[in-house]
Every structure is written in C-alpha cells, then in structure tokens.
Design a binder for this molecule. Structure first.
Ligand code: ADP
Length: 529
C-alpha cells in the first residue's frame, strides 16, 4: 500500500503545480483544482488507511507551489482543513453511502457528486475561514472566496476522481481504439477550437456546443468515455483560457459552465454503462439458457435413443435365447435356426440404422429427404404409442383419403413430430374422464402443393395460460414435462418448408403441412397401414 502513496504524493504536487493557474491572491485559490480528486480516488481505491498521506501531500504542495504569506501554524491549519474534509468525504461515501468504488450504479454516482459538492463547500469554508482569521484574506470577500474555492475544488474533484475510478475499473488500454473513437476525439478538439480558438465566436455562447461531442462519446462509450471526454474538455478549456490570458473571474465563470457539463456527462455516461451491463447480463443469461437447452436436448436424445434401441436389442436377446434353446435340444432345427439368425441380423440392422440416422441428424442437422407415403409416416410415428393407447383404451383413428400424393420428408423427423403430437394427445386424455377417448390423425390436400396432417383428441383442451407460449421451449403444464416437444416439432416441420400450428383449443387440434413430393408420379397411391 506504500506503493500507491509513493506515486500519490509526487503526483499530487505535480498536479497542483500544473493546475496552479489564474490564482486569486493572496489565498492562491485556483479555478481548477484537481488534486483533491486524486486524494479521493486514493482513499476509495486503496482504503481509508491512506489518509495521513493526504495531509503530507497537501502540506508539501502548499510549501512548494503556493506562497501564502502566513506563519507555520496558520499554514498547517489551512492545509489540514480541506484534507480533513476530503478524508471525511471518503469515509462517508464508503461507510455511510456504502458506494462501490467502481461506480456501477446511479446511486453510487449520486452519492459521489452530492458528497463532493458538500465536502468542497465545507473545505472552502474552513480554508477561507482559517486565512481570514489569520488576517491574510479580507473579511468582506469571505463569500466570494468560498465560492471561488468551491467551484475550483468541485470541478477538480468531479473531473478527476470519476476518471481515475473509471480507469481503475475498466482498463481501457486493453482495447484498441476504433476509427469512431478517433473521430470522436477529433470532433471534441474541433468544437473546442471553434469555441475558444476562433476570434469571432463568443466563447460563452458557443460553450454549449461542447455537449455535442460529449453526448456522442458518452452514449457510445458509457461512463469511461464520458470521464475521458470531460478530462479532455477540461484540459482544453483551461489551456485555451491560459493562452488567451483571461481574467481569473472569467475562468471561474467558465468553470461554472464546466460543472454543468460534467454532471450531465457523468450521469449520461453511467446510464449508458448500466444499460450495457444489463444487456451483457441478458446475453449471459441467454447463453446459459442455450446451454440448459442443449443439456435438455441431450436428455431428450438419450431417452429417444434408449427407447429406439431397446426394442431391437430386446428382440435380438430373445432370438438369441431361442437359438440357444434350439441348439441345446436333442433335435436339429437347422431351418428354424437359420430363420432366427436372419431375424437377429435384421434387428441388429435396425438398431444400427437408428444410430446412423440420429448421428446424421445431430451431426450436421441434415435432412434426409425422400418421397414418403403419408400412411407410412403415420404408421411409423404411431408405432411406439400403440401399446400405450391400448392400455388406456384410447382409440387411434387414422383417416386418409384415397389417392393422397406422397410427401417429401425425412421419415425419422416427421415420425418424431407425429409421436410428439399423438403423445401429447394421449397425455391430455389421461384423467379427462371421457367415456370414449380417442385420437384422430387425418390428412388432406392443402393449397400450394402441400399436404396437411392433423392430430386431434377429445380431451379437456388447452389450459388457457398455455395458449400463448405453447411453442416456446420449456413451456409445459405437466409435472414431468420438458416443454420441448412442440418446440422441437415446429423446428422440424419448418425445416421441411411446412408449418405447425394450433387449429383448435377445446378440444386440442394441431396441424402441420408438408410439401408434396414433386418427383413422384402424380396421384401416387399411398399404401394404407
Ligand atoms: P410437454 O409435453 O413436455 O409438456 P410440449 O411442448 O409437447 O411439452 O407441450 C407443451 C404443453 O402444451 C403441454 O404441457 C400441454 O399443456 C399443452 N398441450 C400440448 N398438446 C396438448 C393437447 N393435445 N391437449 C391439451 N394440451 C396440450
């Protein structure tokens, strides 16, 4: 921590010397006094324990830079008083206001600005008071002196402290400036030059032009941009006024305008930073959600895989056991054995196909489009649910008109869609207490070369709060539901160039469309299941 002080004391004295412009003598009050900003940043960033350095630096600067003609005692009192006020400000900000020194919220900034305005006033009263008592300053000038002190210190505090805090928190040197940043800096310098550099423009009337580059920079770069722009403006204003040989009073009036610019710029900058931080958090949350979605999809996939593989594997095991029994018996059943082995090979092939298709789909998300008879798609989609429907005594009715043309589809994916829709319908019928629960799957020709396939049930229909968000991922009304079925189904159907919509709510009816296969001969007969 000594290290910070090692830089702080020389920096304080140097800054005091550099900003020792237009002093109002004999009190040596300057219209721009940045060193208190450095002190405040030191305490906020490196801890309140650094407070003794404030006194050391102030005393050293007073001796080296200023030259107030008083005795040692008065000098010590006059330098100690502002240092005490600013140390007190740091204590209040950290202990009472509990601000984050990184200035992340509007509240932090409001505390800092309010505290600076008050502390500079107290410091001014104490400093001018001490020198008035010492007989250096004229009593009649008391208020004017306090105002001068206040404006100098407040503008110094509010330009320097937020800049240092922002630099410490946001490390701008890690990013390379973009072209826009150079343009912004150039526009700032241009406006400074127009305001102060050109003879025929009235500095006071043109001063507010400085809002333009400041607002541009603050809206694009947030708090850090605003503090950097304000520092540049402050240096520019002081530099031009110094070159122009202005009267101290005029400089003070400019500092008053500067104060308005500073407070506006800081608030605008922090508002932009807060919005940016909120956006970043939102993105973070979105990517978290995406990750959760992927994990859920992996869960879905595992279940689907387990389900798809279970059947052929169970069949393989059964056939193999039957084969073993045949071999164990006294008689030879060569023909039967060959048949059983054939069945084993077929089931193993089916399992391999499942794995292959899944890998194709998830590996590149590629569609395996081919001409499919609607009846066959429906049959394949329904197959895994037939047992479940039988157990619940739900009638599965398929009604397909004759002469329905084939569609161009990926059988596995459309099978998944039908499975999801019919599965949802079976869920909806559960506990609905219908005497004749049934699910109907119907298909028909639709406009624009499409076939429409609808799944409806006679269950209780959709819960009112589900209607709006049916197709959103994770929207579910079921205790063990994932809320992914409809979302995935819609994506799959849309990948085919079709659409999946809700056509009836009570009872529920979902329809999706698929393009008719243009390569197939017209009016190709579909085989009935
Ligand atoms: P999950 O089945 O995991 O809940 P889905 O995306 O498949 O996810 O369905 C979302 C929700 O839509 C269901 O929880 C249910 O509330 C509603 N829903 C879907 N199909 C039907 C239907 N046929 N009848 C009534 N509600 C349904």
């Amino acid at each position: 921590m000594m290290k910070a002080a090692l830089y702080y004391v020389p920096a304080y004295v140097l800054l005091d010397w550099l900003s020792y412009l237009h002093p109002v003598l004999p009190l040596a009050i300057t219209p721009w006094n940045p060193p208190p900003g450095l002190s405040l940043a030191l305490l906020l960033l490196y801890g309140l324990r650094q407070w003794p350095w404030l006194f050391a630096a102030a005393l050293l600067a007073e001796l080296l830079v200023r030259d107030v003609p008083v005795s040692w005692g008065w000098l010590a009192a006059a330098t100690a008083a502002p240092a005490l006020c600013y140390a007190g400000l740091a204590v209040v900000l950290l202990r009472v206001g509990r601000i984050d020194p990184q200035l992340r919220t509007l509240r932090d900034l409001t505390w800092l600005i309010g505290g600076a305005l008050a502390a500079a006033l107290l410091a001014g009263l104490a400093y001018v008071g001490v020198y008035t008592l010492a007989g250096v300053a004229v009593g009649g000038e008391f208020l004017a002196n306090v105002l001068r002190f206040w404006i100098g210190d407040v503008s110094g505090l509010l330009v320097t402290a937020p800049l240092l805090l922002a630099l410490a928190a946001r490390h701008p040197w890690k990013a390379r400036p973009e072209r826009e940043t150079w343009l912004q800096a150039a526009s700032l310098l241009l406006v400074l030059w127009i305001t102060f550099g050109i003879e025929f423009t009235d500095e006071f009337k043109f001063f507010y032009l400085l809002f333009l580059p400041l607002v541009w920079i603050a809206t694009r770069h947030g708090f850090l941009g605003a503090t950097l722009a304000l520092a540049l403006i402050q240096l520019g204003v002081i530099g031009f006024l110094q070159l122009g040989g202005y009267h101290a009073r005029t400089v003070m009036e400019f500092q008053m305008l500067m104060l308005g610019l500073t407070v506006t710029g800081l608030f605008l900058g922090i508002s932009v930073s807060i919005r940016q931080a909120a956006e970043d958090r939102l993105h973070q949350r979105e990517s978290d959600l995406n990750r959760a979605l992927r994990v859920a999809a992996a869960g879905e996939l595992t279940q689907a895989l387990a389900h798809e593989l279970n059947q052929p594997l169970a069949a393989v095991a059964n056939y193999a056991r039957a084969g073993q029994m045949m071999l164990a018996g006294p008689e030879r059943h060569d023909a039967l054995l060959a048949d059983t082995l054939g069945k084993i090979a077929a089931e193993a092939g089916r399992a391999g196909e499942v794995v292959h298709t899944l890998r194709e789909f998830f590996g590149g998300g590629r569609l395996h489009l081919e001409a499919c008879a609607v009846a066959q798609l429906v049959e394949e989609g329904l197959a895994p649910l037939i047992k479940r429907a039988e157990r619940r005594e739900v009638a599965l009715r398929v009604s397909l008109p004759d002469g329905l043309p084939a569609v161009r589809a990926d059988r596995v994916q459309i099978g998944t869609v039908i499975l999801n829709l019919v599965g949802n319908a079976l869920d909806a019928l559960e506990g609905a207490g219908r005497t004749r629960p049934e699910v109907e799957i119907a298909a028909e020709r639709a406009a624009q070369g499409m076939i429409r396939i609808c799944v409806s049930d006679n269950g209780a229909g959709l819960a009112p709060d589900m209607r709006e968000r049916l197709f959103q991922p994770f929207a579910t009304s079921k205790v063990d539901g994932m809320g992914l079925g409809l979302a995935i189904s819609r994506t799959l159907v849309e990948a085919h160039g079709g659409s999946l919509t809700l056509e009836g709510t009570r009872p529920a009816r979902f329809c999706f469309t698929l393009p008719i296969d243009a390569t197939a001969p017209r009016d190709q007969e579909a085989t009935r299941p």
